[in-house]
Design a protein around this ligand. Sequence first.
Ligand SMILES: *[C@@H]1O[C@H](CO)[C@@H](O)[C@H](O)[C@H]1NC(C)=O
Ligand SMILES: *[C@@H]1O[C@H](CO)[C@@H](O)[C@H](O)[C@H]1NC(C)=O
Ligand SMILES: *[C@@H]1O[C@H](CO)[C@@H](O)[C@H](O)[C@H]1NC(C)=O
Ligand SMILES: *[C@@H]1O[C@H](CO)[C@@H](O)[C@H](O)[C@H]1NC(C)=O
Ligand SMILES: *[C@@H]1O[C@H](CO)[C@@H](O)[C@H](O)[C@H]1NC(C)=O
Ligand SMILES: *[C@@H]1O[C@H](CO)[C@@H](O)[C@H](O)[C@H]1NC(C)=O
Ligand SMILES: *[C@@H]1O[C@H](CO)[C@@H](O)[C@H](O)[C@H]1NC(C)=O
Ligand SMILES: *[C@@H]1O[C@H](CO)[C@@H](O)[C@H](O)[C@H]1NC(C)=O
Ligand SMILES: *[C@@H]1O[C@H](CO)[C@@H](O)[C@H](O)[C@H]1NC(C)=O
Ligand SMILES: *[C@@H]1O[C@H](CO)[C@@H](O)[C@H](O)[C@H]1NC(C)=O
Ligand SMILES: *[C@@H]1O[C@H](CO)[C@@H](O)[C@H](O)[C@H]1NC(C)=O
Ligand SMILES: *[C@@H]1O[C@H](CO)[C@@H](O)[C@H](O)[C@H]1NC(C)=O
Length: 737
Amino acid sequence: MAHGFLLFLLFSYIISTNIHACKQTERSSLLSFASTLSSPPSNWTSFDCCRWKGITCNQDAWVTHLLLPSQGLKGGISPSSLGNLTHLTHLNLSHNSLYGSLETQFFLSLNHLEILDLSYNLLYGELPLSLSSCNIQIVDLSSNHFLGAIPSSFFQQASNLTSFNVSNNTFTGYIPSSICLHSSPFLRLLDFSSNIFNGNVALGLGKCSKLLVFRAGHNNLSGLLPEDIYNATKLEEISLPLNSLHGAISDKIVNLTNLAILDLDFNYFGGKLPLNMGKLSKLKIVTLDFNNFEGALPSSLMNCTNLLELRLGSNNLEGDISKLDFSRLSQLTKLDMWNNNFTGTVPVSLYSCRSLKAIRLTRNHLEGQIHDEILSLKSLSFLSLGYNRFTNLKGAMKILMSCKSLHVLLLTGSFKGEGMPYGDDMVDFDGFQNLRFLSLARSDLTGQIPVWLSKLKNLEVLQLGFNQITGPIPSWLGTLPRLFYISLPNNRISGEFPRQICRLPRLLYEPIASQVEQYEIELPVFGHSKTTTRTFPSQKLSFYREWIDIANNNIVGDIPTEIGQLHLLRGLALSSNNLSGVIPDQISNLKNLEILDLSMNHLSGKIPLSLASLNFLKYFNASYNNLEGPIPTGTQLQSFNSSAFEGNSKLCGAPLPKKCGQDNKDNRDVDHGLHQLLWFYIFATLGFILGFWGVCGSLIINKTWRYAYFRFMDNLQDKFYVMVTVRINTMKRRLRG
Ligand SMILES: *[C@@H]1O[C@H](CO)[C@@H](O)[C@H](O)[C@H]1NC(C)=O
Ligand SMILES: *[C@@H]1O[C@H](CO)[C@@H](O)[C@H](O)[C@H]1NC(C)=O
Ligand SMILES: *[C@@H]1O[C@H](CO)[C@@H](O)[C@H](O)[C@H]1NC(C)=O
Ligand SMILES: *[C@@H]1O[C@H](CO)[C@@H](O)[C@H](O)[C@H]1NC(C)=O
Ligand SMILES: *[C@@H]1O[C@H](CO)[C@@H](O)[C@H](O)[C@H]1NC(C)=O
Ligand SMILES: *[C@@H]1O[C@H](CO)[C@@H](O)[C@H](O)[C@H]1NC(C)=O
Ligand SMILES: *[C@@H]1O[C@H](CO)[C@@H](O)[C@H](O)[C@H]1NC(C)=O
Ligand SMILES: *[C@@H]1O[C@H](CO)[C@@H](O)[C@H](O)[C@H]1NC(C)=O
Ligand SMILES: *[C@@H]1O[C@H](CO)[C@@H](O)[C@H](O)[C@H]1NC(C)=O
Ligand SMILES: *[C@@H]1O[C@H](CO)[C@@H](O)[C@H](O)[C@H]1NC(C)=O
Ligand SMILES: *[C@@H]1O[C@H](CO)[C@@H](O)[C@H](O)[C@H]1NC(C)=O
Ligand SMILES: *[C@@H]1O[C@H](CO)[C@@H](O)[C@H](O)[C@H]1NC(C)=O
C-alpha cells in the first residue's frame, strides 16, 4: 500500500516535470546564467523554471522568452549558458549592467531567435561572424562597448531582419554593405550612429526598398551621399550629422516623398539646395547647420506646411529673405538662419508663423527695424538678432518688452552706436516679465545702465560688455533674485564697486541657488570652456557660470570686504580699473572661485595668506598693482606663472625671480600694449566671456572642430565642464573595456 502510494507520487512527479515544468537542461542553463549575476531575479529557485520571472515557455515546455529588461542585473553573459536555450525566440536584457562578449557560439544554437535586445549594457568585443537565426527580426545592440568591424557575413541568413541598431558603440571599419542585399525585403530601421565607422555610405540602400529610418550620424563617414539613397523611396528619416560627407543634395531627393527628417548637420555638404525641395510636403525637421550650402533658400520650401524646424545656420546661403513668404508655415517652431549672407529685412510674413518659439538671424546682413507685429508670436521665447545692421534699439525694446514668453533676447553687436534704451516711456515698466538672458553687448551703446533692468525679476544672465556705458554700477543689480552672471567689461563705468552686489541671492548659498530650476533654451548657444579652447554648443543656461566681470572700466575705491559673501561665485574679473586698498582676506571665502583677475589696479599691501585655500583657482592674476611682501609659499599660488605677479615692485618670492630679503631695484615695466594682449589672452584661451558669437564666433567656423561632438560632464574633481569629442570618449571607453 505504502509502496503503491510512493510509486504514485514518483509517477506524478515524472508527469509533472514532463508536462508542466521546464526541461532540466534549460533550467540548468538558466541557473548557470543566474550564477554569474550578483543579484539573480528573486524567484529563480523553484522547480518549474517556466514560472520564473521573465521566462515564458511554449507548450512543449521549451523556454521561448527571456525578458528581463531594466532589472539592475549585474554580471557576465556567456554563450555556454544562454546558448543552450535552443528554442529562445525573444531575448531582452536591455538596460542592465551585463558584460562579456558575444562569441560565435552565442548565436550558434539560438537559431530560433526573433528579437534580440541587449541595448544599454556593458558588453564588449567583436560581433560573431553570423547571426544564425534566419527568423531574426530585431537586433538592438546599441549603447554597449562593442568594437571592431561588423562582418559582412553577419547578415547572411538574416533575411527577415526589420530593425538593426548598433548605435553608441565603438564599431570601426565600413558600414556593412551586405545589409540591404540580404535583408532588403523587410528592413525598416538602420541605426549606425555614434560609432567610428569610416569610408563611404555605400550600402546599396536603394535595395532597402522598405527602409524608413537611416541613421549614421557621429561617425567618420566621408564621400558623397550615395545616389541610390534616392531610390529608397519609403525613407522618412535620414540622419547623418557629424561626419565628413560632401557634395550636393541631388534634385532626386524629391523622390523621397515620405521624408520628414533630414539631418545633415556638421558635414561639408555644399552646392545649392534643390529648387524643388519644397515638393517634400511631409518635411518636418530640416537641419543643415554647419555645411557649405550656398545660393538662395529655395522658395519652394515655403510650401512645406508641416515644417517644425528649419535650421540652416553657418552656411553660405544668401539672398533677400524679405521676399520669402513664410505665411504657410503655421507649425514652424524654430527658425535658425544665423551666420549666412542673407540680406533684406525680417520678412513680415514670418510674424504669421504663430507657433514660432525660436528665431535666430544672427550674423547676416539684415537691416531695418523690429515690427510690432512680432507681438503676434505669442510663444516666442528665443530671439537672437545680433551682428546685423538693425536700427532703433529703443523702438525694438519698447515692442519686445511686451513679448510675454521671451526668455532669451540676444541683440549683441547690432544697433551699433545707439543709446541705451531708456526714457519716459519705459518708466512704468512691467515688460520682459520672463526674460532670463539679455545681451546688448558689443554695440558701442552710450548712456547708463537703464533702471528698467531692475524690474527683470527672472534675469539670470546679463551681458552689457563692450559698449560705451558711463555712470555707476547701480546698486539694485544686487537685488535681482535670479541674476548670477554679470558681464560689464570694456565700458566706461565709474564709481565704486557697490556693496549691494555682494548680496546677489543666487550667489550666496546653495539652498537659494538650487531652488532655481535647470532651464533649457530653445536653440544651443556657443561658448568655450576654461579647460579647452574649443567652442561647443549648449542649450542649458547653467552653461554660463557664476560670474562677475567689470574689467576694463573706471571703478575706484576698495574691493568691499562683503565680497566674501558670494560663496558660489566662480569668476571675478576686476582687472584694469582704478581699485585701491588691500586685497580683502574675505576673498578666500569664495571657495568655488576658479578665476580671479585683479591685475592692473592700484591694490596695495600683502597678498592674504588665506588665498592659498582657494582650491579650485585655475587662473589668478594680480600683476601690475602695488602689492608687497612675500607671495604665500607652499601654496597653489606658486603654481601660477610669474606673470601673474609681475609689475608689483615690492612683491617677492616664488614664482617671481626676486627672492625675499633682497632689496632689488624696482624693475616695474608697464607695457600698455600688454593690456590689450592680456585681454585677448583671457578671452581666447580661458573663455572668459562665454560670449554669444563674440570672440567665439570665429572659432566655431573653424573647420577643425566641425565634426567634434560635444558633451559636458560635471566632473567631481574638476568641477568645471569638460568637453570631449566622441572620438576621445570612445577611446576612453575602449580603454576601460
Ligand atoms: C550547454 O550544453 C553543452 C553541450 O551541449 C554542455 O556541455 C553544457 O554544460 C551546457 N551548459 C549548461 C549551462 O547547461
Ligand atoms: C515569479 O515572479 C513573477 C513576477 O514577479 C510571477 O509572475 C511568478 O508567478 C513568480 N513565480 C513563482 C513560482 O513564484
Ligand atoms: C525590451 O524591453 C524594453 C523594456 O520593456 C522595451 O522598451 C523594448 O522595446 C524591448 N525591446 C524590444 C526589441 O522589444
Ligand atoms: C521569416 O519569418 C517567418 C516567420 O515569421 C518564417 O516563416 C520565414 O521562413 C522566414 N523567412 C526566411 C526567409 O527565413
Ligand atoms: C537605437 O538605440 C538608441 C539607444 O541606444 C536609441 O536612442 C535610438 O533611438 C535607436 N534608433 C532607432 C532608429 O530607433
Ligand atoms: C551611450 O552608451 C552609454 C554607455 O552604454 C550610455 O551611458 C549612454 O547613455 C548612451 N548614450 C545615449 C545617447 O544613448
Ligand atoms: C577618419 O577617416 C579618415 C579618412 O577619411 C582617416 O584618415 C582617419 O584616420 C579616420 N579617423 C578615425 C578616428 O578613424
Ligand atoms: C534607382 O532606381 C532607378 C529607377 O528605378 C534605376 O534606374 C536605378 O538603377 C536605381 N539606382 C540604383 C543605384 O539602384
Ligand atoms: C524619381 O523621380 C523621377 C521623376 O522626378 C522619376 O523619373 C524616377 O523614375 C524616380 N525614381 C525612382 C526610383 O522612383
Ligand atoms: C507651392 O505649391 C503651389 C501649389 O500647392 C504651387 O502652385 C507653387 O508653385 C508652389 N510654390 C513653389 C515655390 O514651389
Ligand atoms: C558672404 O559673402 C562674402 C562675399 O560676398 C564672403 O566673403 C563671405 O565669406 C560670405 N559669408 C558667409 C558667412 O558666407
Ligand atoms: C585713478 O585714480 C587716480 C586717483 O586716485 C586718478 O588720478 C586717476 O586719474 C584715476 N585713473 C583713472 C583711469 O580713472
